[in-house]
Design a protein around this ligand. Structure first.
Ligand code: NAD
Length: 440
């Protein structure tokens, strides 16, 4: 794995940068509603539901950065720590113009469920800064990242709260965060705090297999689904929204199983190629140019045409709230594998269910990222480096087990896989609350 280059592209025009102008969407409320639904399925103790309905800590920092032109700009950063019953808070850092406190709260809660579902000794957290990382220089990006890390101070730490990459951040961001944190703790501890972030470049203490882990985890889920439904992946087609870390790695790995990516989209627009894109080449192009814009070998299509493209698998891998009623009616696929967090909104989900389109929900399907982040953290603690084969083999087992558990639960309790994933996570958290009780 190499250090991901920082995307240095001009900002997208305002009309395109926010796909559908859905800012009224209350993502946190959606997650709370799923929490309610899953709680009823398992008769969750009401006090556990009450505790989990809000995050433990909501941290907001405003910090100044001197930009390349000499001006001082104030940035707003968030870190939401949802729950740490099972272990340190854990979750990504998002750099995107649409970041809001409520969205971060939703994403932090989802991290709590994901860690519990995957049996990881972590709680849930999420953070970010509201700005467009594509609209600043690399030098400015480094200063913003370091100053944010400094502003968070002891609110993060290798045994307290461990950030990772998310939208708009990557291994380079994590290297800067770790270096800043290491320089804040003093010489004696400096070498012992590599685990303050995961998703680092391998040379700086990251693990092999982390860069592709989320996409890889999605693929392990798709393989299980294909076995279960008797679907032949070889020769099948897919479309991918978001061709960053998650979407591109999912496409590359599935291409090795004979799945052809025939349409892709990102914040700059959508492309179609009935012959199938070379996922590797497109991934390299995006790493070099920051987006799919200008990639030769694909025909520009609209967002509506993208969603109506006939295919077998759809991998939404960009942002939340992308599949509403309109998109759910338009989609012509058999399976949706949610790489992004919250890509399907409840109205869209109802239509997909009526139409018999299977959904592998985010809490399960994209949990490969946090799972391999855990492997990185363990290696940092033990000063070990595992081979990529070891990491992949462990991830495969973990994803297969989680898939089986979610699928069995959904079948026996007659619920969908999303509610099943939430319910399994909640059962594990509830068991620990019952043992430990509430302090004091
Ligand atoms: P990334 O920054 O590498 O890629 C994000 C992609 O989304 C880019 O292709 C970008 O162009 C696209 N995008 C941004 N705004 C868009 C818009 N308005 N319309 C269409 N496309 C848009 O981020 P990532 O790490 O790949 O994360 C993608 C999703 O996966 C997020 O929902 C994130 O929370 C989730 N996720 C990421 C990880 C991880 O390990 N990185 C783990 C689990 C879940």
């Amino acid at each position: 794995m190499s250090v991901q280059p920082v995307k240095e592209v001009p900002p997208a025009p305002a009309s395109q940068s926010n796909v559908s102008g859905r800012k009224e969407y209350d993502f946190f409320k959606v997650v709370q509603d799923y929490l309610d639904k899953a709680s009823k399925t398992i008769n969750l103790e009401p006090y556990v539901r009450t505790i989990l309905s809000q995050p433990k800590n909501e941290i907001i920092v405003n910090f100044p950065v001197r930009m390349d032109n000499g001006e001082v700009r104030l940035f707003k950063g968030y870190r939401v720590q949802h729950n740490n019953l099972l272990g340190p808070f854990k979750g990504g850092m998002r750099f995107h113009p649409s970041v809001t406190l409520d969205d971060v709260k939703a994403l932090a809660a989802m991290m709590t469920w994901k860690a519990a579902l995957m049996r990881l000794p972590y709680g849930g957290g999420k953070g970010g800064i509201k700005f467009d990382p594509n609209a600043v220089s690399k030098h400015e990006l480094q200063k913003i990242t370091r100053r944010f890390t400094h502003a968070l101070g002891s609110n993060i730490g290798p045994d307290y709260d461990i950030p990772a990459p998310d939208v708009g951040t990557g291994s380079q961001t994590m290297a800067w965060m770790m270096d800043t944190y290491a320089n804040m703790v003093g010489s004696y501890q400096k070498q012992a705090v590599k685990g303050v972030v995961t998703g680092k470049p391998v040379a700086s203490g990251g693990t092999l297999g982390r860069a592709k882990a989320t996409g890889q985890g999605m693929v392990f889920c798709v393989i299980e689904w294909a076995k279960q439904t008797g679907f032949n992946l070889e020769g099948s087609t897919m479309i991918v929204q978001g061709f960053g870390n998650v979407g591109s790695n999912c496409a590359v790995i599935l291409s090795k199983l004979g799945v052809s990516t025939i349409a892709v989209g990102d914040h700059t627009g959508y492309l179609y190629n009935p012959e199938g894109f070379n996922a590797h080449k497109l991934q390299d192009y995006v790493e070099a140019h920051g987006s799919i814009a200008g990639y030769p070998g694909g025909k520009a299509i609209t967002r509506e045409e993208f969603f109506a493209t006939k295919c077998d698998i759809f991998a939404p891998s960009a942002l939340e709230n992308q599949i509403g009623e309109q998109e759910a009616k338009a989609l012509q696929c058999k399976l949706i594998v949610e790489g992004a967090n919250g890509p399907t909104n409840p109205a869209g989900e109802r239509i997909l269910q009526e139409r018999g389109i299977d959904i592998l929900p985010d809490v399960l399907a994209n949990s490969g990222g946090v799972t391999v982040s855990y492997y990185e953290w363990v290696q940092n603690k033990r000063s070990e480096s595992w081979t990529e084969e070891e990491v992949d083999a462990k991830l495969e087992k973990a994803m297969q087990r989680a898939y089986r558990e979610v699928s069995d639960f959904a079948r026996t309790k007659k619920c969908d896989m999303r509610v099943a994933a939430y319910a399994l996570a909640l059962q594990r958290i509830e068991a620990v609350y019952k043992e430990r009780e509430i302090f004091p």
